[in-house]
Ligand binder design. Structure first.
Ligand code: ATP
Ligand code: MG
Length: 577
């Protein structure tokens, strides 16, 4: 059916139906567009969630949209992402428990705080170090929770990290007498700003104490070393220490003076430094036996000296041998005294024997011959008396010396007497005995009075006069002169005998000392002048000598004047110079 214009005529009920269908079709199309638009929107939303750009206008027509199934694709992507997320989550959980374990087993206290200084977490060690419960600390400012202070303390590393923004700040902190080394490290967010700070507390109280003990021990060791050095420097003896290989490891200045001519001693071998055969033998003996040894030796640098080397093993802390110690002591004087003592014993025995032989001989002669003529009897008795006097002099000298040695005072009991009276007691017997000497007395006209212990001063004159005669074996003049001088009387006794070397002048006053000239047959004990000096000095006087070899000797000494002879000055025992 069609209409007049050539179109098909549709009956009225059909056209209604068509109109309805058309309208329905339009509605369907509209719904289809809305559905597609909805799908596109959802796809765009999903893409946005995934971080992908939305679909471009006209990128997918509706047909292709249905064919490609973008929601399915996105869903697959989500599934994939979810899978990754699960794995990442597992890793995170693992990392978290690892960090937790690390935090809790760490030897240092660890604290995490936020920018406002509030504690967000802390490990077991931190709770233990600062005696605080975790729930009491978390959420509170760390200066309250940890430092127990109203404000951050001076030098707080948290403040340092926040201000300096350095990757690491450290400081030392003392809290309740405990020392901590504190390190602060920032934690940054995605854009690099500091969101949290990790603070690590390592307690160093023990270390500080050990350091202090170490410092103290070092100071003590230094002090001990200085003391040892001081001792080594100040002892007069030489000291040399070696290691086990006999390499010198320590010396003191005196040892260096003894052996140091060829340069530094340290590091050199002992045998290379020591040339003396006896000392080397003693060292070897100590090395072999482990026992201390000693040996006298001389050094080419000290020609007239004798040294005693004492060698012993140096022992380590455990007592094991660690080397050798050699101590060198100057024994020149001791050896001289020992030698003099030995000589003295021989001389004294001789000195005793000679008069004793005379005494025994003549006394026997007198006993055996009861009828001896009076003249002989007297002569023999005179000889016996003289020799007994000589013996008595030696015995007195020995007693005096032993008194002086033991610090005992010689009994000095001064009285006024004239010098002439003393000389009268001594000189005539010398004049009589010594026919080869001329005795010349030179005294001032005015009598001199001295204040002395008579017996002692007689001993002084006798000793000096006996020396003058003894050491002038060829005779000559022995002159005695005296003069008054302020509070003292100066006396000099000169001879023209052997004289003595200059070096002996002072030493002849030492006990047992006999000058070189005494090597001759002239006998003596070497005690006379020692006692003479002691007596003169006990009177406040002075004694000295002047001598020339082969020319003669003069002995000078002073004795205090009696008070009447120096009325202007009462102190008679002050020396005259
Ligand atoms: P002692 O007097 O005890 O019998 P000594 O005469 O040997 O013995 P000292 O009188 O003390 O002892 O003298 C010490 C030394 O001084 C003597 O051995 C001698 O060498 C030297 N001497 C002392 N007087 C003289 C002198 N007048 N001339 C030369 N030497 C002297
Ligand atoms: Mg003498």
């Amino acid at each position: 059916m069609s209409d007049e214009g050539g179109g098909v005529l549709i009956p009225g009920n059909q056209s209604d139906e068509i109109a309805r269908l058309k309208a329905e079709n339009l509605g369907l199309k509209q719904r289809e567009r809305e559905t597609f638009s909805y799908i596109r929107n959802k796809v765009d939303q999903l893409l946005e969630v995934m971080g992908t750009l939305p679909l471009k206008q006209g990128e997918l027509d509706d047909k292709s949209l249905l064919e490609t199934d973008p929601i399915g694709t996105v869903a697959d992507s989500f599934r994939l992402i979810l899978g990754h997320l699960h794995k990442t989550n597992d890793k995170l959980r693992l990392a978290n428990s690892e960090i937790g374990a690390i935090l809790d087993t760490a030897g240092a206290g660890i604290l995490v705080v936020d920018r406002e200084a509030r504690v967000t977490t802390l490990n077991d060690k931190a709770t233990e170090l600062f005696s605080i419960r975790r729930d009491a600390a978390v959420g509170r400012p760390c200066h309250q929770a940890i430092c127990c202070a109203g404000a951050p303390p001076k030098g707080c590393v948290l403040q340092m990290v926040l201000q300096d923004k350095n990757d690491e700040c450290r400081n030392e902190w003392v809290w309740n007498d405990r020392h901590f080394e504190v390190v602060g490290r920032p934690l940054r967010n995605g854009i690099g700003d500091i969101s949290h700070v990790v603070i690590v507390y390592a307690e160093i109280t023990e270390r500080i104490r050990y350091e202090e003990q170490l410092r103290q021990a070092l100071a003590n060791a230094r002090e001990a070393r200085d003391q040892v050095n001081g001792i080594l420097h100040s002892v007069a003896d030489g000291l040399l220490v070696t290691d086990l290989e006999q390499r010198i490891i320590l010396t003191n200045p005196q040892a260096r003076r003894l052996f140091g001519k060829a340069g530094k001693l340290e590091g050199r071998s002992l045998t290379e430094v020591i040339g003396d055969v006896g000392l080397r033998r003693a060292i070897q003996e100590t090395v072999t036996s482990g026992e201390p040894t000693r040996a006298d030796f001389t050094s080419p640098l000290f020609e007239n000296s004798i040294f005693e080397g004492r060698i012993s093993l140096l022992r380590g802390v455990e007592g094991d041998p660690a080397g050798l110690v050699l101590i060198m002591h100057d024994v020149t004087q001791e050896r001289a005294v020992e030698r003099m003592k030995t000589e003295f014993v021989a001389t004294a025995a001789h000195e005793f024997r000679t008069p004793l032989t005379t005494i025994l001989g003549f006394s026997e002669l007198m006993l055996d011959n009861g009828e001896l003529p009076e003249e002989d009897r007297r002569e023999f008795l005179q000889l016996i008396h003289e020799k007994a006097g000589a013996l008595s002099r030696i015995v007195n000298n020995l007693l005096d010396i032993s008194r002086i040695e033991s610090g005992e005072e010689l009994p000095i009991d001064p009285h006024d007497c004239s010098l002439q009276s003393i000389l009268d007691l001594v000189v005539p017997s010398y004049v009589k005995q010594n026919t080869i000497h001329d005795f010349v007395l030179s005294l001032p006209e005015e009598p001199i009075h001295v204040c002395v212990d008579l017996d002692s001063v007689v001993e002084v004159f006798e000793n000096i006069l006996s020396n003058a005669a003894k050491y002038s074996p060829d005779g000559g003049e022995i002159s005695i002169s005296c003069r008054q001088d302020k509070q003292f009387c100066s006396i000099s006794i000169s001879d023209q005998g052997l004289g003595m070397p200059q070096d002996d002048l002072e030493r002849v006053f030492d006990k047992f000392y006999r000058a070189n000239n005494a090597n001759t047959a002239i006998r003596g004990t070497g005690l006379g002048l020692t006692i003479v000096r002691y007596i003169v000095e006990a009177h406040g006087g002075r004694i000295w000598l002047d001598s020339r070899e082969e020319k003669g000797t003069t002995v000078y000494f002073t004795l205090p004047l009696a008070a009447a002879d120096h009325p202007e000055d009462g102190d008679r025992f002050v020396g005259d110079g």
